[in-house]
Every structure is written in structure tokens, then in C-alpha cells.
Design a binder for this molecule. Structure first.
Ligand SMILES: [Zn+2]
Length: 123
């Protein structure tokens, strides 16, 4: 299998369509590993055209999100915002008091949503 013969334009189109890499590889007659490597190199060259996707192909049903944690010392509330390229964290405010005056940056990490997750349920 000639793994360097993948059409870059076609790969880009399939990538942006949100298809799992496995299916893209099948469609382009390549392998999952080669496609992933190609995307990795293309992203280094042109990060804006190859946005990082938060869902993983394959068996994982739970999307993994990068979240940034904050605590408002005024309201004693912890909350998290999605943390990926392009998010302006300077615009983050406490959901209770609506200001950033007492916000403490608690760091960030990967969060996996599960079917029992209370995230975004609003209750
Ligand atoms: Zn607050």
C-alpha cells in the first residue's frame, strides 16, 4: 500500500466532514496509522486548516473534552469551561455573580462524559 499517495485535498475534505479516521483511511485506501500521521504533519504546517477534534474514532462512545476549571471564591462555586484552541479565557465569568473578580484558576484536564453525567443537564 503506497501510503504517501493519499490525495491531500481529499483527505482534508473527509477530515472536515467529521468522519472517523478509520473510515477515511478505508476510503482513501490507506491505514489508520498513516492517515493519523499525515494529519499530524499537515496540522504542524497548517494548524488552522486542521482543527483538533474532540471525539475519538472507534469504540469510545464518550467524547473526551479538555475542560478548564475555575472557582469563584465569592460564590463558593466550581465550574468548568471547555478548553480548546480558540477559546478566550479572559471572557470567562462566574455563572452566579457574572464577574471574574473572585475567580481562581484551578487548572485543566480531560473530562470524559458518561451517560450518567450531570454536565449540561441544567438541574
Ligand atoms: Zn461568583
Amino acid at each position: 500500500m503506497a501510503k504517501d499517495m493519499v490525495d491531500r485535498g481529499q483527505l482534508h475534505k473527509l477530515f472536515l466532514s467529521g468522519k472517523p479516521l478509520r473510515e477515511i483511511a478505508k476510503e482513501l485506501g490507506s491505514t489508520h496509522g498513516s492517515i493519523r500521521t499525515m494529519i499530524y504533519h499537515e496540522r504542524l504546517r497548517n494548524p488552522l486548516e486542521w482543527p483538533v477534534r474532540v471525539t475519538y474514532p472507534g469504540k469510545s462512545e464518550a467524547p473526551v473534552l479538555m475542560m478548564h476549571l475555575y472557582e469563584c471564591e465569592d460564590c463558593f462555586v466550581n465550574f468548568a469551561v471547555e478548553d480548546y484552541d480558540g477559546i478566550d479565557h479572559s471572557a470567562t465569568v462566574c455563572p452566579i455573580c457574572g464577574t471574574d473578580e473572585m475567580l481562581v484558576d484551578k487548572g485543566f484536564g480531560k473530562f470524559a462524559l458518561t451517560s450518567t453525567s450531570t454536565v449540561n443537564r441544567g438541574a
